[in-house]
Each structure stands twice: as structure tokens, then as C-alpha cells.
Design a protein around this ligand. Structure first.
Ligand code: NDP
Length: 253
């Protein structure tokens, strides 16, 4: 018997990149995964390739959409694992950062985490096993130029993680954040395109620029993030609570 047999795991942004890798990892441990995101067709196609997985349309910026998606997710059993992975990024120097753009990022990356976590709060507070895993970023632990809005959002996610872990410490649910450096996904591709556009660098030079932020001099692979999520979901990881786990090849935070 696998240790997540019979447990439902919701993964927001589960149709691509890090979220999809986490869904595959948790399914391999027996979980019934519900992949959520806005692009239902893509989610359904990816879910079809994962044992016991299904797709639910969910826009984390829309309270009604979140309510409906989570009601569907818990139709057969309560949600035991929530992976708040949906996220967006952009870049702009602070002197050109509009309030609309600042708020757009917070709405997905922070308020989205709040909405989805609220949607499973009753399940998790009563459960004999529960996990919330928030995908923050190295940008949640340190600052960087041109991403003040993204840094603010990812720092906020760590704050929410720590507060909730303290508040729920006497329950059987742990709340942790994973903070990766650059991971080879569509989001990192966006950063690579921006460097090429702004500096005229080649693709290899742009990748090397991103890799410099990791002392190991490389981008992470999605499976490396998924492995940590899988480990956090193991019943024996229950003493790990309220942590912001940095994955960046040795950069001390
Ligand atoms: P992707 O762009 O591949 O994934 C982002 C996911 O978020 C998509 O599946 C998208 O699905 C979903 N999403 C975006 N907006 C919404 C919304 N309003 N409602 C629901 N889902 C939404 O990038 P990654 O896999 O890299 O990103 C996953 C997480 O990892 C993000 O939180 C990101 O900030 C974080 N991260 C990424 C790093 C990297 O270098 N790649 C480094 C550190 C952290 P859909 O379009 O279907 O809605």
C-alpha cells in the first residue's frame, strides 16, 4: 500500500511545469490528484496521463470559480493535500511599475493562495492528516531587481505559511513553503525571452545569466521541486512545519 492511497491532493496550476511534476509525484505515492487551472483542455489532457487524476477548471482570482472547483474536488472525499502552485511573474523597474500590475501579481500569487487555502480549511483542521504546500520562490527570501511586485508576493506567501503553521500546530496539518531558484519551465522561458529582448544576449547567454543566481550554476528541473513536495507529504515528515525550504544549490538565505 502506498502512503497516499485514498487521499485527495489538489494542485493549482497542475497542468504545466512544477505543478504537473508534483501531481505526477503525488500520484506515484497513491494520491487521487485534482489538477486545477484556467485551461481546462490542457488540464484534462495532462490528467489523462496520470493514474487516478482529474481536472477542474479554477481561476484562483475568482472566488466563485474557486468555490465551485473545490466543491467538485471534495465530492468523493475531503481534500488532504493542497499544493498552492499557481503563480504568475513579470518584470519592470519599480519607477515604471503600475499599481494595476502590482495588484495583478498579488491577486494570483497571494490572494489566490488565501482563497484556495480557505476553501479547504474546514477539511484540514478536522483531518487526521493534512498538508499545505505553498510554492514560493527564492524571491520570497531575498530581493532582486525589476521584480518588486513578485518579491512582495512571494515574501507574503512565506509569511502566510509561517502564520498558518503556528495557528494549526495542534492539528494534524502542516503548512510549508518551497522556495526554488530558477526552474526550467515556461515561467523561466519568459525570463529568458526578456533578457534576450532587453540585452540582445543569445539564448545560451540568457540561460547562463539566470543560472548565475544558483551557486551550482544551473537551472533546476521540475522533478527536483516535486521530490521535496513528495517528501513533505510523507507521514514521517510531520515535524517539518512552517518552513521555507530553499532549493537553490547552496545560496545561504
Ligand atoms: P508555469 O507558467 O508553467 O505555471 C504556472 C501555472 O499557474 C500554470 O499552470 C497556470 O495554469 C497557473 N495559473 C496562472 N494563473 C492562474 C489563475 N489565475 N488561476 C489558476 N491557475 C493559474 O510556471 P512554473 O511551473 O514555473 O510556476 C509554478 C509556480 O512556481 C509559480 O507559483 C511560480 O511563481 C513558482 N516558481 C517558479 C520558478 C521558475 O523559475 N520557474 C522559480 C520559483 C518559483 P493556467 O494557465 O491553466 O491557468
Amino acid at each position: 500500500m502506498a502512503h497516499l492511497d485514498g487521499k485527495t491532493a489538489v494542485i493549482t496550476g497542475g497542468g504545466t511545469g512544477i505543478g504537473l511534476a508534483i501531481a505526477k509525484r503525488l500520484a506515484a505515492d497513491g494520491a487521487h490528484c485534482v489538477l486545477m487551472g484556467r485551461n481546462l483542455e490542457r488540464l484534462q489532457e495532462k490528467a489523462a496521463g496520470i493514474d487516478r487524476a482529474r481536472a477542474e477548471r479554477c481561476d484562483v482570482t475568482d472566488p466563485d470559480s474557486v468555490r465551485k472547483a473545490f466543491a467538485a474536488a471534495r465530492e468523493t472525499r475531503p481534500v488532504s493535500i493542497l499544493v498552492n502552485n499557481a503563480g504568475i511573474a513579470s518584470s519592470a523597474p519599480f519607477h515604471r511599475m503600475s499599481e494595476d500590475e502590482f495588484l495583478r501579481i498579488q491577486d494570483v500569487n497571494v490572494t489566490g493562495v488565501f482563497r484556495c487555502t480557505r476553501a479547504v480549511t474546514d477539511d484540514l483542521r478536522a483531518a487526521d492528516y493534512g498538508r499545505v504546500i505553498n510554492i514560493s520562490s527564492i524571491a520570497g527570501l531575498s530581493g532582486g531587481p525589476y521584480i518588486s511586485h513578485y518579491c512582495a508576493s512571494k515574501h507574503a506567501v512565506i509569511g502566510m505559511t509561517r502564520a498558518l503553521a503556528a495557528e494549526w500546530a495542534k492539528t494534524q496539518t502542516t503548512v510549508n513553503a518551497i522556495c526554488p531558484g530558477y526552474v526550467r519551465t515556461e515561467m523561466a522561458e519568459g525570463a529568458i525571452r526578456t533578457i534576450i529582448e532587453k540585452t540582445g544576449a543569445t539564448r545560451d547567454q540568457a540561460i547562463a545569466e539566470l543560472a548565475k543566481s544558483n551557486p551550482q550554476g544551473r537551472l533546476l528541473e521540475v522533478e527536483e521541486v516535486a521530490e521535496i513536495a513528495g517528501w513533505l507529504c510523507h507521514p514521517d515528515s510531520r515535524s517539518v512545519n512552517g518552513q521555507a525550504i530553499a532549493l537553490n544549490g547552496g545560496h545561504s538565505m
